[in-house]
Design a protein around this ligand. Structure first.
Ligand code: PLP
Length: 412
C-alpha cells in the first residue's frame, strides 16, 4: 500500500502504540452498520446505557477510585471522548466555568475581569495538547519545570501558583501527566492533587498512553494519589487493543461538565431527561457513534488476564531492548524504562550525531522511530507498539541499530 505508514507492523516503534484487534474491528463494523447517533439517551438508549456500563467495567479494571464510577451511585461517571486532547479541553472548559461561577459568588467585584485572569498549569513534559487546550479555552498556561526524573512535583507547582496569585491572577486548573510523551515520565499525582485541593484548582490526569498499564496491579503505584483528581483520562485506542477512536474519561462530579454548557432546544428534549446521562452535554460535538461496542467486545474477548498479558508482554519486550542498549558502552539510557518506551542515545556524542543516526535508521527502512528532546538533549525513542512484535523483532531492531551505528561511527 504505497503511501501508507504501517502502524501495526512489528517493526513500527515510533510515537506511542495505536490499538488494534479483531474484536475491536468487528465492533466498529457493527457500530457503522447500526449507524445510530447517540447524543441523548432517547436517540438510541443502548448506545448510552452500554457506554455507562463499559466505563464502569473499564474503571474497575483499572482500579480507579469508586467516586469516578457511575456504579458508585454518586456524582461520578465515565464517557468516551474521541481523543485525549478533547478530554483535556472538556476538563479545562468545565473548570473555567466552575471557577468563574465561584468568583462571581465570592468576589462579585472581580467577576467582569476574572476570565482574563485565569491561569492553568502543566509540567514542561505535558503533551502539546495541554498548551493548545489553553489557547482554545482563552486562558493563560504555565509550564512548571519538571525534576531530574522529568516529573512535576508539588513544591514547584505551589511556587508557580503563589507567584501568579501575587500578580492578581486566578489559578484554576492543573494537568498531571502519567506517561508523558517524550520519555514516558510520571508526575507526582499525590503532591499535585494536594496542592490543587489547597488552592481550589481542578486537577485533570492525562494518562493517554500509560493508563492502559493500570490493568496490571504492579503498575498501579504510578497512579498513587489519583483519588485527589477531578477527572482522569486515558486512550484505550493507544495501548488497550481498541482501535481509534476511543478515549475514556471519568469525572468525579459530572454535574461540573454537564452544567457548564447546557443548551436545551425542544428537538433534543425527552421525558427521561435527568434520569440517565445525555452524553451530548459531556463532549464538544453533538453527534456520537456507538463506540462502547468495541470496549465491550475487547473486554469480553480478551478478559482481564488477556489484557494484562498484552501489557506485560510489551513491557517485557521494551526491557529486552533496554538490556541490549545497556550492554553496549557506546549508548546511554536517558530515562527509566517503566512501560513500553526505551529512550536512548549515543553517549558523549552531539545531538547532530544522534540526529544522523535516527535519520539513517529510518532511511534504512527496517524500523521506524521518532526522536524527542528534553532540556536540549536529543534522543531516540524505541516504543513497542504493535501487538505483533515478538522477541525476534526486538532483536532485529537492535541489529539494525548496531549496523547503522557502526556505519555512522566509521564515517565520523
Ligand atoms: N497526552 C499524551 C501524554 C500523549 O502522549 C498524547 C499522544 O500521544 C496525547 C495526550 C494526545 O492524544 P490524542 O491524540 O488522543 O489527543
Amino acid at each position: 500500500m504505497p503511501g501508507v505508514t504501517h502502524w501495526h507492523s512489528p517493526h513500527f516503534h515510533a510515537y506511542f502504540a495505536a490499538g488494534n484487534s479483531y474484536p475491536a474491528i468487528l465492533a466498529d463494523m457493527l457500530s457503522d452498520a447500526i449507524g445510530c447517533i447517540g447524543f441523548t439517551w432517547i436517540s438510541s438508549p443502548a448506545c448510552t446505557e452500554l457506554e455507562v456500563v463499559m466505563l464502569d467495567w473499564l474503571g474497575q479494571l483499572l482500579d480507579l477510585p469508586s467516586q469516578f464510577l457511575a456504579a458508585s451511585g454518586g456524582k461520578g461517571g465515565g464517557v468516551i471522548q474521541g481523543t485525549a486532547s478533547e478530554a483535556t479541553l472538556v476538563a479545562m472548559l468545565s473548570a473555567k466555568i466552575k471557577m468563574l461561577k465561584q468568583v462571581k459568588k465570592d468576589k462579585p467585584y472581580m467577576a467582569d475581569n476574572a476570565a482574563a485572569a485565569l491561569v492553568g498549569y502543566g509540567s514542561d513534559q505535558a503533551h502539546s495538547s495541554v498548551e493548545r487546550a489553553g489557547m482554545m479555552a482563552g486562558v493563560k498556561m504555565r509550564q512548571v519545570a519538571s525534576d531530574d526524573n522529568f516529573a512535576m512535583r508539588g513544591p514547584q507547582l505551589r511556587e508557580a501558583i503563589l507567584k501568579d496569585k501575587a500578580l492578581g491572577l486566578i489559578p484554576f486548573f492543573v494537568v498531571g501527566t502519567m506517561g508523558a510523551t517524550a520519555a514516558c515520565s510520571f508526575d507526582n499525582l499525590r503532591e499535585i492533587g494536594e496542592v490543587a485541593q489547597e488552592f481550589g484548582l481542578w486537577c485533570h490526569v492525562d494518562a493517554a498512553y500509560a493508563g492502559s498499564a493500570m490493568v496490571c496491579e504492579e503498575f498501579r503505584y504510578l497512579m498513587d494519589g489519583v483519588e485527589l483528581a477531578d477527572s482522569f483520562n486515558f486512550n484505550p485506542h493507544k495501548w488497550l487493543l481498541v482501535n481509534f477512536d476511543c478515549s475514556a474519561m471519568w469525572i468525579k462530579d459530572a454535574s461540573d461538565v454537564v452544567g457548564a454548557f447546557n443548551v436545551d432546544p425542544l428537538y433534543l428534549k425527552h421525558e427521561q431527561q435527568g434520569q440517565v446521562p445525555d452524553y451530548r452535554h459531556w463532549q464538544i460535538p453533538l453527534s456520537r457513534r456507538f463506540r462502547s461496542l468495541k470496549l465491550w467486545f475487547v473486554m469480553r474477548l480478551y478478559g482481564k488476564h488477556g489484557l494484562q498479558a498484552h501489557i506485560r508482554k510489551q513491557v517485557d519486550l521494551a526491557h529486552q531492548f533496554e538490556t541490549r542498549v545497556k550492554k553496549d558502552p557506546r549508548f546511554e539510557i536517558i530515562a527509566p524504562v517503566t512501560l513500553g518506551l526505551v529512550c536512548f542515545r549515543l553517549k558523549k556524542r552531539s545531538n547532530e550525531v544522534n540526529e544522523t543516526l535516527l535519520k539513517n535508521l529510518n532511511a534504512g527502512g527496517v524500523i521506524y522511530l521518532v526522536p524527542a528532546k528534553i532540556k536540549d538533549t536529543y534522543f531516540l525513542r524505541f516504543c513497542v507498539c504493535s501487538r505483533l512484535t515478538e522477541p525476534q523483532d526486538v532483536d532485529e531492531a537492535w541489529q539494525e541499530v548496531l549496523k547503522q551505528t557502526d556505519l555512522l561511527l566509521q564515517e565520523i
